[in-house]
Design a protein around this ligand. Structure first.
Ligand code: CA
Length: 423
């Protein structure tokens, strides 16, 4: 077992049992305070550990890290030091936060300098995302969409079980949780009209996804195998790949998603390392027919991450509208990466790859309003008596996710975004 993942570890920082950030998690993020520039932090309970200050005070001196790696706007330079390095750093932080270690615990002056309450910091975009790729790897989601728009008997297109379908997205509009955006405008064609119109999107939707961050670059022409793929995955975050369904319907033929998908995507601020998630690996979906040899894999590669989505109307209560799980994925991250690089396409540190909407088999586990309201035919009732077919102006959509096993829970925090009226 990886030592920092040991469920018996306890921190001298109080962490309630339902908190996402016990000592076994230690995700990395970028934060700033009212008086400091952006820097690398690690979440522990309801606090943030300032790695720049920790380094300045000498607690990380064995690593000989230049402060520029920690006093920075993005995690990319830290990630570039490699997974063995980041793993050793995570172990050192685990050791410093361990209840049995007085080193930092009993140094009140240092504690005052290196710890901030989360409520007093502002989380930033964690990673400078280079390229963003979005997959379509949940069989329940693809089957639902195929059933609604094509033919229930042939819901999956002929390629779907042979390769992880994906497309190249846009990284410039990925925003960190807490960032509001305006309802996009675009071209749509109303059913009762021969000609298109331009105006606010009428069918704005969320997509419940997980994203993984590339932690190691490849040279052009190099393929990554499913066996080696984990060496290239730094960690995961929650991801809301907002979608404009009416714009998509009109624009997507024949080249696929474009302006319906690139106006905003919301990412959670903490990158949970793949290492911390290892104890929660689980068996994957049984793939029939057999995949081609370059997509074969062995071992448990899915991850049991419980996911939920809430809609919070302006000044109203939260309403949980979906409970799903990352383990429902048909294609694993390792297969996605092997496929992505199978033609020699190179990947870079900080690239982001998203799973595609994660729907489960049950009607309350569908990961988009399109499916939950079944194309608008079954409105979702909220506690305030209103209904939603899609997302209204001033609604906030909140995604959360956590793993739980043998009494240990590690989580991702949240990916929240509010929809403002069209500008
Ligand atoms: Ca998507």
């Amino acid at each position: 077992m990886i030592k920092a993942n040991d469920p018996s570890l306890k921190s001298w920082i109080e962490v309630p049992s339902n908190n996402d950030f016990p000592i076994q998690n230690l995700p990395f993020g970028i934060f700033k305070t009212q008086s400091s520039n952006s820097r690398v932090g690690v979440a522990i309970g309801d606090q943030v550990l300032d790695l720049s200050m920790l380094n300045k005070l000498g607690f990380l001196e064995d690593f000989k890290i230049d402060d520029s790696v920690f006093s920075t706007n993005y995690l990319n330079d830290l990630i570039a030091l490699g997974k063995p390095f980041c793993s050793a750093l995570r172990h050192r932080i685990s050791n410093l936060l361990n209840s049995n270690n007085p080193e930092l615990r009993d140094n009140k002056n240092a504690c005052y300098k290196v710890l901030h309450f989360m409520s007093n910091v502002q989380m930033q975009m964690p990673v400078k995302v280079g390229d963003y790729t979005d997959f379509y790897s949940s069989i329940y989601h693809a089957t639902n969409v195929g059933t609604m728009f094509r033919d229930p008997a042939n819901a999956l297109l002929p390629n779907w079980k042979h390769l992880p379908v994906g497309y190249h997205g846009r990284s410039s509009s990925i925003v960190v949780s807490g960032t509001s955006f305006h309802r996009p405008k675009g071209q749509t064609k109303p059913a009762d009209s021969d000609l298109p119109i331009f105006g606010p999107c009428k069918l704005l939707d969320f997509e419940l996804e997980m994203a993984f961050i590339i932690g190691k670059s490849t040279e052009l022409g190099t393929a990554v195998s499913t066996t080696d793929a984990d060496d290239y995955i730094f960690g995961l975050a929650l991801f809301n790949d907002w979608s404009a369904r009416d714009i998509q319907t009109w624009e997507y033929v024949p080249l696929g998603p474009f302006l319906a998908k690139n106006f905003a995507s919301t990412i959670s601020p903490w990158i949970v390392t793949l290492e911390a998630l290892e104890p929660f690996r689980t068996e994957g979906y049984k793939q029939e027919p057999k995949v081609l040899p370059y997509l074969e894999y062995s071992g448990e590669k899915n991850i049991d991450i419980q996911l939920e989505v809430s809609i919070q109307p302006e000044k109203g209560e939260e309403n949980t509208v979906c409970r799903s799980n990352f383990k429902f994925m048909y294609w694993t991250m390792e297969q996605q990466l092997a496929h992505h690089t199978s033609n020699g396409c190179n990947i870079n540190i900080g690239d982001l790859m998203a799973s595609g909407t994660i729907s489960g088999p049950a009607a309350n586990s569908f990961g988009s309003m399109l499916e939950l309201s079944w194309k608008g035919t079954k409105p979702v009732k909220l506690k305030d008596g209103t209904e939603r077919k899609f997302i209204n102006d001033n609604d906030t959509v909140i995604m959360r996710g956590y793993c739980e096993k043998n009494g240990l829970r590690i989580g991702f925090g949240e990916a929240a975004g509010k929809v403002l009226p069209t500008l």
